[in-house]
Design a protein around this ligand. Structure first.
Ligand code: DAK
Length: 187
């Protein structure tokens, strides 16, 4: 399983597969190619009888800093509708095996939405989590308004979406958004 923007190890430990986003210079911004690769990797790992759990991760600085803003910059409304670029996220929900997000650094915008699509979320103490789309004049476009609200309640979800403020890992834990905070050395 060789990809341009992902590194995939189907047996990082016995029965555990690892998908690592691999656009470090762009803070793992989610371009269309990366999302297509994610869909393919998940389908293959789901079909692999040796895999029982799938972990999705980034690197120490960024899980994913959101959809690729540069790729979207010139897109019209019609382009965005036709691209349907977050449809690939549906594959995470279709995956029969548990998917765990291992988050360090930034999980923003589409990156936060990717994280929230997973079944469980473990974050390093350096994680910074948010939906800052408002700062570039758009709203969360891949389920963030709904999943964040279900996870943390309306008050905090509205605050995060309307101000773009980032949560620390501890705040996210207290709010019920993530399962566990670990020291960054363990990440
Ligand atoms: N896209 C593309 N490149 C990005 C990026 C992103 N989201 N985030 C960071 N980068 C790139 C930077 O441009 C920079 O590249 P160079 O300039 O070096 O070439 C490199 O990554 C390092 O970033 P910084 O130099 O900015 O690093 P800092 O540590 O100073 O700052 C930061 C880190 C995460 C605070 C900052 O990079 C930042 O604010 N990034 C943008 C975060 C963001 O706004 N995320 C949300 C993106 S929008 C839709 C609706 C909405 C959407 C899509 C569809 N529909 C209705 C269909 C949008 C979804 C989003 O996720």
């Amino acid at each position: 399983m060789t990809y341009e923007f992902l590194m995939v190890n189907p047996q990082v430990e016995k029965h555990i597969a690892l998908i690592q986003l691999n656009r470090p210079k762009e803070l793992n911004a989610l371009n269309r190619q990366l999302m297509l690769e994610m869909k393919d990797a998940l389908q293959q790992l789901d079909a692999d009888i040796n895999v029982r759990v799938i972990i999705i991760t980034g690197n120490e600085k960024a899980f994913a800093a959101g959809a690729d803003i540069k790729e979207m910059a010139d897109a019209s409304t019609i382009d965005m509708v036709n691209r349907d670029q977050f449809a690939t996220w549906d594959q995470i929900k279709k995956t029969k095996k548990p998917v765990i997000a291992a988050v360090s650094g930034f999980a923003l915008g589409g990156g936060c939405e990717l994280m929230m699509n997973c079944d469980m979320i473990v974050a390093s103490e350096t994680a910074r989590i948010g939906q800052p789309e408002i700062k570039i004049g758009v709203m969360p476009g891949a389920g963030g308004t709904q999943r964040l609200t279900r996870a943390v309640g309306k008050a905090l979800a509205m605050e995060l979406i309307l101000t773009g403020r980032f949560l620390t890992a501890e705040e996210a834990l207290d709010a019920g958004l993530i399962n566990k905070v670990v020291p960054v050395e363990l990440y």
